[in-house]
Design a protein. Structure first.
Length: 483
């Protein structure tokens, strides 16, 4: 089972690891520095011990040569200094002196002192007087012990100085190693966190970009960062809500268009119904007559007008029916003919609508939605040309260069007054309209743009004031795979 951590937890754990490493390095370095400090202090003690030994030996030689009491007193003074240093720093001497240990060192210092006292007794003619041979042996012993103390102090000083250099080198190596290790650890943590966090944020960025382009596919939640999971879940909920609102908006705009169509459709139905009624009356009056061909022509007129009325009602019902949104292959010429049939009743007699579309040209689209697009665009064109003008609807196949997919280019053009440049970039915005109050909601072209993008197409507009407007639509061709 894979554990799921939030971005905050990942950052916290990463920086906690860095902090632990830094604290560990600092403590180790501090320990080494403390050892160096103790070693330096002990070296100072050893130097004092060595200097005191040298001074004691100097006055020892003077005493041997001249036998003056002041030299002996100076010698004993420095011996007491040696004794004090040894007594006050027993632990340090015990750790540093390896040959014979602290007891041997103490024995040498005390032996030196005793020997000097015996020599002093002889010099002062105390009863325990020494003969010449014993005096020479005693002096030689004093010289030997003095040399041993000097050599021991010097050797201990050199040993401690080497230990200090070793500790300093270790401290330097630890600092260098910890610096590179800390840098490598920081880079590794930053890389891991950056890769995971940036990858999650990149998924979120790509998903928001897809939504901004009109895609309505829910995101697959394949990340483990809790914040990103929460955001993607919220985006999916928002997308579902957006789909619902879009359906409601499209349906609302369709109902508004349907209300506008009803008066024109009623007028359009009136003509075939009147023809049916007139032909039926004439047929009733002539039923007894023997002109069979005339009767057949009347029946043919009734059938033709009935079919026309049926087609109008069928187109109207097909457009108004609520059904599941689905893409299918549609013959574009037939679809445009049905759309024009719905709006024919509202087109002034001096407005000409010309359609130039190959009969076999197909698109992949949802019929109701794409018909709503054409209906809105043609109705807008009829409104802007007024009582007299021309509207052209044309389409052709084009090929995209990157993946060689076929597209259909559709042009809906009018020779109306055109659109002002400052309004041209706003026409697809919601609630923007140049019509009088009560004549437009400003949602028609917004819905058109949304429907075209939902189909994976694009729509642009080209207009010059006084010369007319052309809407250009690109839609997937009939070779596209159906979902």
């Amino acid at each position: 089972m894979r554990l799921s951590f939030s971005i905050r937890q990942k950052i916290t754990y990463g920086f906690s690891l860095l902090l632990i490493f830094m604290i560990g390095t600092a403590l180790l370095t501090y320990g080494l520095v403390r050892r160096v400090e103790r070693k330096v202090l002990f070296v100072e003690v050893i130097d004092d011990f060595f200097n005191a030994t040298l001074e004691a030996r100097r006055f020892e030689k003077n005493y041997f040569l001249y036998g003056q009491g002041k030299d002996l007193r100076e010698n004993l003074f420095y011996w007491r200094k040696l004794d004090d240093l040894l007594r006050d720093n027993q632990e340090a001497f015990a750790a540093a002196v390896t040959t014979g240990g602290l007891a041997n060192l103490r024995e040498k210092v005390d032996g030196y002192h005793d020997s000097m006292l015996r020599l002093r007794q002889n010099t002062l003619a105390i009863p325990a007087e020494l003969d010449g041979a014993e005096k020479s042996v005693l002096e030689e012993r004093l010289r030997s012990m003095g040399k041993e103390l000097t050599d021991l102090a010097e050797k201990t000083s050199l040993t401690e100085r080497r230990a200090i250099r070793t500790l300093l080198q270790a401290t330097r190596n630890i600092l260098i190693f910890s610096t590179f290790a800390l840098l490598a650890l920081a880079i590794a943590i930053t890389t891991i966190l950056g890769r995971n966090v940036v990858r999650s944020l990149k998924i979120l960025e790509n998903y928001t970009r897809r939504i901004s382009k009109g895609e309505r596919k829910e995101a697959d939640i394949k990340v483990h960062d809790q914040e990103i999971v929460s955001l993607l879940t919220a985006f999916n909920r928002m997308l579902n809500e957006l789909k619902l609102r879009q359906e409601q908006l499209v349906q609302s705009e369709k109902l508004a268009a349907l209300g506008t169509l009803l008066s024109g459709v009623a007028h359009e139905l009136n003509n075939p119904l009147s023809n049916i009624s007139t032909s039926a009356q004439i047929l009733g009056e002539e039923i007894a007559e023997g002109d069979l061909e005339f009767k057949k022509s009347l029946i043919a007129q009734i059938e033709g007008q009935s079919d026309k009325a049926r087609d109008i009602v069928r187109s109207l019902l097909e457009f108004s029916r609520i059904r599941e949104v689905r893409k299918e292959r549609l013959l574009l010429a037939r679809l445009l003919a049905e759309t024009v049939l719905l709006i024919r009743g509202q087109v002034p007699s001096k407005v000409d609508i010309a359609i130039d579309i190959p009969d076999d040209l197909e698109i992949v689209a949802d019929k109701q939605r794409i018909q709503q697009v054409f209906l809105n665009l043609i109705k807008n064109a009829v409104d802007v040309v007024g009582d007299k003008g021309h509207i052209w609807v044309a389409a052709r196949k084009i090929k995209e260069t990157p993946d060689h997919k076929m597209e259909v280019e559709i042009l809906i053009e009018d020779d109306g007054p055109g659109i002002e440049p400052e309004n041209l970039k706003l026409i697809f915005d919601p609630f923007f309209t140049t019509k009088d109050v009560g004549r437009g909601s400003g949602l028609g072209l917004f819905v058109v743009h949304d429907i075209i993008e939902w189909h994976g197409g694009t729509i642009t507009v080209d207009s010059r004031p006084g010369l007319g407007t052309t809407f250009i639509i690109w839609l997937p061709g009939g070779q596209e795979e159906l979902p």
